[in-house]
Design a protein around this ligand. Structure first.
Ligand SMILES: [Fe+2]
Length: 206
């Protein structure tokens, strides 16, 4: 499930194996104990990882963040949702301000928990921490703006948004590719890096 746990850059083979084993155990525990959260974190994480990896490869050939780090950060970006009370995370109706604030802590929780693992590099940690930052500075947890948001996180945010728009969820219909592209065009320059969004839309053939 985690073939892209990075090697090299100070990550030893033992550290890589230990990280894979712990992530697998956490996923198995999540599937058993919190199946609704698991279904969001892992299947959506895998879809986001595959998309982010191939997009990063297309847009940063031979440069930029390593593809394994992008993919692992993408897979684990919502890992912190395991630490949000299920009564809040799975609440069917609208959230109160306090509940919304609780949900918005998931990037910080995920980064804190995962950073204890030997193969969670700084790039992976930053993807998890910053995947809800916005290009215009209106995101969270730090309100970073523009290129102050690490490139790997901006790539993953775009893949996350597209995968979410195209996914079937109980509360929204599946969007077609052109519909999702239209939504993303509207988000470019506000939520999303405008140049990377333009690259992404070409990448998916829109
Ligand atoms: Fe998230």
């Amino acid at each position: 499930m985690f073939p892209y746990v990075p090697q090299g850059r100070g990550v030893t083979a033992a550290g890589r194996c230990a990280t894979q084993a712990i992530l697998l155990a956490a996923a198995a525990l999540g599937r058993e104990e919190q199946p609704e959260v698991y279904r969001h974190v892992h299947p959506h994480g895998r879809a986001t990882a595959a998309l982010a990896r191939s997009f990063a490869d297309a847009v940063c050939p031979g440069g930029g963040p390593s593809l394994d780090e992008v993919a692992l950060g993408a897979h684990l970006h919502d890992f912190g949702k395991y630490l949000i009370p299920r009564s809040v995370l799975l609440k069917p109706g609208p959230l109160s301000d306090e509940e919304r604030a609780a949900v918005s802590r998931h990037p910080v929780y995920g980064a804190q928990v995962l950073s204890g693992l030997p193969a969670i590099t700084e790039t992976v940690r930053r993807v998890v921490l910053y995947h809800h930052e916005r290009w215009d500075g209106g995101g969270y947890p730090e309100g970073l703006r523009g290129t102050r948001i690490p490139l790997a996180a901006r790539l993953v945010t775009i893949a996350d948004v597209y995968a979410s728009l195209r996914a079937k969820r109980s509360y929204k219909p599946t969007l077609t590719k052109p519909e999702a592209a239209g939504e993303m065009e509207a988000m470019a320059g506000r939520e999303l890096d405008p140049d990377l969004t333009s690259d992404f839309l070409k990448f998916i053939g829109c």
